[in-house]
Ligand binder design. Structure first.
Ligand code: SF4
Ligand code: SF4
Length: 334
């Protein structure tokens, strides 16, 4: 199973769609990405809308049952992490450490996570003897399969539109089953809607970064750390918004801190707002009056204090350097 739910463009280790999509303005985004299309691409070239039908059925009696979970390459999205870490009754930090592998989503080192496989295989770590052991909380990519989706933003447009297509891999016999449904019906049956809503803001952030190109430049190390925390570590983000570094700046009453601490989905949504504020200057989180000036003043005071300490240390070490040693003192006596 390859991950076929993604923002705007294919990942470097995945196979691209095998013909340019007919989509007004899309060529501006996709330019050059479809010129070397492999014939073995598992994606059918037909673009589907929500009410288009496709033929597919998957059920426990099918001969290929679980085959798709034995060769995975699945990127995890922020809401996937929340669902799975709660399923495993652990923290987001522990879940990420035990069940995921990091990778870089772009040349600027934007951190991504993939679902871990069992040692020495490409089999999903959650595949049990008979079936998926986390089925009710399976990731977005598992819910979509055998559909793929792609969010596309037309050049100079703020709107992101969804496209769908069928992913046909040779091992999957579900395409031969005599059952048709619309994309909308399939999404509902697989519980995709909730996942898409929860991951949408995150996808928009990635999409915005990709489409902004080199003019925006690489995010700072600090921005990447914040991105990592906001995307994949809700427990740490919960602690972060309770720290003095946050509460001294932001208006915690106005942002409804109590609700954020209780409701993880609201917290994820807030984390995305915070990320947009940090990365793109979209100022939607109210700050305390005078907080910025106060912070600058504190920073100046800290810098001043540090400089004074450094000057003091320099003074002491130069005295030590000038100090005559015992031999000098003796020779002066003589
Ligand atoms: S039909 Fe396809 S999706 Fe279903 S178990 Fe078989 S390989 Fe997996
Ligand atoms: S999470 Fe479940 S459905 Fe998804 S690849 Fe793993 S075993 Fe298969």
């Amino acid at each position: 199973m390859v991950r076929m739910e993604q923002p705007a463009e294919t990942m470097s280790d995945e196979k691209p769609i095998n013909k340019p999509l007919e989509y007004e303005g899309a060529e501006d985004i996709f330019e050059g990405k479809f010129s070397d299309i492999p014939f073995e691409s598992p994606i059918t070239p037909t673009q589907l809308g929500l009410d288009d039908e496709f033929q597919f059925n998957c059920h426990p009696g099918i001969s290929c049952f679980n085959e798709c979970c034995r060769n995975i390459d699945i990127q995890l999205l922020p809401y996937d992490i929340i669902r799975l870490k709660n399923r495993m009754e652990t923290t987001s930090y522990d879940f990420v450490a035990r069940y995921t592998l990091p990778f870089q989503m772009d040349q600027h080192g934007m951190p991504g996570l993939k679902l871990m496989t069992k040692p020495g295989t490409r089999e999903c770590v959650f595949l049990g003897d008979e079936c998926c052991t986390v089925y009710e909380d399976r990731p977005t990519a598992c819910r979509y399969y055998a559909l793929g989706s792609m969010g596309v933003r037309k050049k100079d447009s703020a709107t992101v539109e969804d496209m769908y297509f069928v992913v046909k891999e040779p091992h999957c016999k579900g395409h031969d089953e005599p059952r048709t449904q619309t994309v909308r019906e399939y999404r509902k049956e697989q519980g995709v809607d909730k996942y898409d809503v929860m991951n949408r803001e995150w996808r928009d952030i990635i999409l915005k970064k990709r489409s902004s190109g080199p003019t925006v430049g690489a995010p700072s190390g600090r921005s990447l750390q914040l991105y990592d925390m906001c995307s994949y570590d809700m427990d740490k983000f919960r602690e972060f918004i309770q720290s003095s570094g946050f509460t001294e700046i932001f208006d915690t009453d106005a942002i409804g801190m109590d609700r954020l601490l209780e409701d993880e989905e609201a917290l994820l949504s807030f984390a995305m707002r915070f990320l947009k504020q940090v990365l793109y200057g979209e100022m939607t989180i109210p700050q305390r009056e005078g907080a910025r000036e106060e912070r600058l003043e504190k920073r100046r005071a800290r810098i001043h204090e540090r400089r004074e300490m450094e000057a003091e240390e320099e003074h002491v070490s130069s005295q030590a350097y000038d100090m005559p040693d015992e031999g000098d003192a003796e020779s002066k006596k003589n």
